[in-house]
Design a protein around this ligand. Structure first.
Ligand code: FAD
Length: 303
C-alpha cells in the first residue's frame, strides 16, 4: 500500500495533501479514524489532476465536500480522501450564478442575497458544499437544489472527460440524483437560475430559515443532520418521540432530545455507536409502524 501512496503523491506534484489525517476532523459528526492520505485541490483543474493521479496509481478514493452528510469508519479510510472544500469560485451573470463544487452552500445563499437574487434561501444554514448539495439534492423549508439548478459539470473518471448535464438529466427526486452511488462522476460545479428580488427581503428569509434551524435542530452538538429520509406519510421525529427513543444513548451517540430525527455525538461517539443506534431505531420503527426507514447519511467503510 505504501508504494501506491508514494506513487499517488508523486503524481499529485504541487497539490496539497497530508498523510494519516483523522477523518473526525473532516466530518461534522467528528467521527472517523485515520485516512491514508487526504488531498486538498484548490481548483477544478487540481481536482481533475487528483482524480487522474488516483486512477493511474490504482489507489482507492472518495470525494467529499464538507463531510456534513457522512459517517466515516472508526478504522478510517484505506486510500485517498479528496476534499473539494477549497475549490471556491463563484460567478454571477444577471440572475445566473455559477459555483464550484467546494463553495459552502450557505455562503452561496448569502451571495445570492447580496446580489438581490431569490431562490437559494432554503440553502442558508445547510452546512454542505455545492458538490455535496447537487449530489444529495439537498433541500429544506420547501426548496431544493432541483428547483433552481440549471446544469452541472462533472469529471468522468472512466472516460477522462468533463461533461455538462442539464437539469433534466439529473434524475432528481427526494434526496436522489444520478450522482449517487456513481463514484466515477465527480461534480466540478453547478449553475443556478434565480429570480430577481431585493437583498433585504432575501436576507430576511435567510435569517428566518436559520432561526428555525436554531430552534429545532441540535446545532450545539456534532451531527450529520437528519439520519433518515422522510418516509411518505410519516415524520421520523414524531415516530421516534412516540416510541420514547428521544435521548436514547449508545456509547457516545444519542438520539437528540431536541429533534428525534438527529443522532448527535455527545462526545467520544464511534461510528459503531451510531450504526447500532441507527439499526435499533430502524427495528423499533419497523416493528411498531411497519415502516422501513431509509438512511440519508452516507456511511463510508474503511476498505
Ligand atoms: C446540522 C445539519 C443540518 C443539515 N440540514 C440539512 C437540510 O436541511 N437539508 C439537507 O438536504 N441536508 C441537510 N444536512 C445534510 C448535509 O448538509 C447535506 O446533505 C449537504 O448537501 C452535504 O454536502 P457536503 O458537502 O457536506 O457533502 P458530503 O457530506 O461531503 O458528501 C455527501 C455525499 O456526496 C458525495 N460528494 C460530495 N462532493 C462530491 C462531488 N464534488 N462529486 C461527487 N460526489 C460528491 C460524497 O462522496 C457523499 O456520498 C444537514 C447536515 C447537518 C450536519
Amino acid at each position: 500500500m505504501d508504494k501506491i501512496i508514494c506513487f499517488f503523491e508523486s503524481e499529485l506534484s504541487e497539490i496539497k495533501s497530508e498523510r494519516n489525517v483523522l477523518l473526525s476532523s473532516l466530518s461534522t459528526f467528528k467521527i472517523g479514524g485515520p485516512a491514508d492520505i487526504a488531498v486538498y485541490p484548490e481548483s477544478r483543474e487540481e481536482l481533475i489532476t487528483s482524480l487522474r493521479a488516483a486512477k493511474r496509481s490504482g489507489i482507492r478514493y472518495t470525494v467529499i465536500g464538507n463531510g456534513s452528510n457522512i459517517l466515516f469508519d472508526d478504522r478510517g479510510y484505506r486510500g485517498a480522501v479528496i476534499v473539494t472544500g477549497r475549490i471556491r469560485d463563484v460567478g454571477v451573470d444577471g440572475n445566473i450564478i455559477t459555483a464550484d463544487s467546494g463553495v459552502p452552500f450557505t455562503a452561496l445563499a448569502a451571495r445570492a442575497a447580496a446580489e438581490g437574487l431569490s431562490g437559494l434561501e432554503f440553502a442558508y444554514g445547510i452546512p454542505g458544499c455545492v458538490g455535496g448539495a447537487v449530489v444529495m439534492n439537498a433541500g429544506a423549508y420547501g426548496g431544493a437544489v432541483s428547483d433552481v439548478l440549471l446544469s452541472s459539470d462533472y469529471y468522468d473518471t472512466v472516460r477522462d472527460e468533463t461533461v455538462t448535464i442539464s437539469h433534466g438529466d439529473h434524475g432528481y427526486g427526494y434526496r436522489k440524483s444520478v450522482y449517487m452511488d456513481c463514484p466515477e462522476r465527480v461534480v466540478l460545479g453547478a449553475v443556478f437560475s434565480l429570480t430577481y428580488s431585493d437583498s433585504d427581503s432575501v436576507r430576511a428569509k435567510n435569517e428566518e430559515n436559520m432561526n428555525a434551524r436554531r430552534s429545532k435542530q441540535p446545532l450545539e452538538y456534532p451531527s450529520a443532520g437528519s439520519v433518515f429520509k422522510r418516509p411518505e406519510g410519516y415524520f421520523v421525529g414524531k415516530m421516534v418521540e412516540d416510541l420514547g427513543l428521544k435521548g436514547f444513548l449508545v456509547g457516545g451517540a444519542q438520539i437528540s432530545e431536541k429533534h428525534g430525527g438527529f443522532i448527535i455525538n455527545r462526545g467520544g461517539a464511534t461510528a459503531e455507536d451510531v450504526l447500532k443506534l441507527i439499526r435499533y431505531t430502524e427495528e423499533k420503527v419497523y416493528r411498531e409502524y411497519g415502516v422501513e426507514l431509509e438512511c440519508e447519511i452516507r456511511y463510508i467503510p474503511d476498505k
